[in-house]
Design a protein around this ligand. Structure first.
Ligand code: DGL
Length: 261
């Protein structure tokens, strides 16, 4: 069984890609909704959550763990690997490398949570892969919480998104890296703004390919999807349908339960 987790609904974008790549794997998704947003919390807190969730998923029988959260990966993926040396752990990091390789204007921007924006891991990623390009780190406080409410059409929010993105495009940014898994669900807002001017870079499919490479026997199951949340399980349960993730909706046969971790 493969365990995938995030602070909330954002990791469902990664889960959907994994579900497509591994149609018969048994998947467990855990949303730490009681502690969202991670992006506004100190590293030590995030590490504590990641280790507790890792332990819980391992006890449930997960033999491969996917940290479907850029913030948690930056703060705690190494601690999780140290805690479970026998379990492969796949993290997610903003797609600086593919964006830098393909940018024509040599100016890219990465949209992240506050925590990821300040992380040493992001600094290293940029140092190693930006290749002299201009990289703007753009923290987007409150966006993950807004996406969590599944009410992205609110005009105040779309104005806020527009006000953040348009100046970047005017400055010549031609690749916008989605550095938080929640932001994949902003495509309906972002695509009309960036059309013909910038490409959006999302690494969910690349993460799914890495999970496939490491999956071994975990790729072969019955295709079951179990979903768990530390709060508001009913919201997580309706999210795949609300977000148009039909490949998850059709795998989900059981109720989504609350877990106290
Ligand atoms: N989805 C998470 C990420 O990829 C973080 C959202 C949050 O809890 O702040 O960074």
């Amino acid at each position: 069984m493969i365990g995938v987790f995030d602070s909330g609904l954002g990791g469902l974008s990664v889960l959907a890609a994994i579900s497509r790549a591994l149609p018969t794997a048994d998947l467990t998704y855990l949303a730490d909704s009681a502690h969202l947003p991670y992006g506004a919390k100190p590293d030590e807190f995030i590490r504590g959550r990641v280790l507790a969730i890792g332990r819980h998923l391992a006890e449930r029988g997960c033999g491969l763990l996917v940290v479907a959260c850029n913030t948690a990966t930056a703060a705690a993926v190494q601690a999780l690997r140290d805690q479970h040396p026998d379990i492969p752990v796949v993290g997610i990091e903003p797609g600086i490398k593919p964006a830098a390789i393909s940018s024509k204007t040599r100016h890219i921007a990465v949209l992240t949570t506050e925590s990821t924006a300040q992380s040493a891991r992001l600094t290293h990623l940029i140092d190693n892969h930006a290749n002299g390009l201009k990289v703007q780190i753009v923290a987007c406080p409150g966006w993950a919480t807004r996406i969590e409410s599944l009410d992205m059409e609110d005009p105040t929010f779309s104005d806020e998104v527009t006000a953040k993105i348009v100046p970047l495009l005017e400055q010549g940014v031609d690749r916008l890296v989605l550095g938080c898994t929640h932001y994949s669900f902003l495509l309906p807002l972002l695509e009309p703004l960036t059309a013909g001017r910038a490409e959006l870079v999302d690494v969910a499919a690349a993460v799914a390919r890495q999970v496939l490479r490491l999956s071994g026997l975990h790729a072969r199951g019955t295709g079951r999807l179990t979903m768990l949340a530390t709060a508001r399980p009913e919201r997580l349960h309706r999210a795949p349908q609300a977000l148009g993730l039909s490949n998850l909706t059709c795998r989900l046969n059981s109720a989504t339960h609350q877990v106290l971790i």
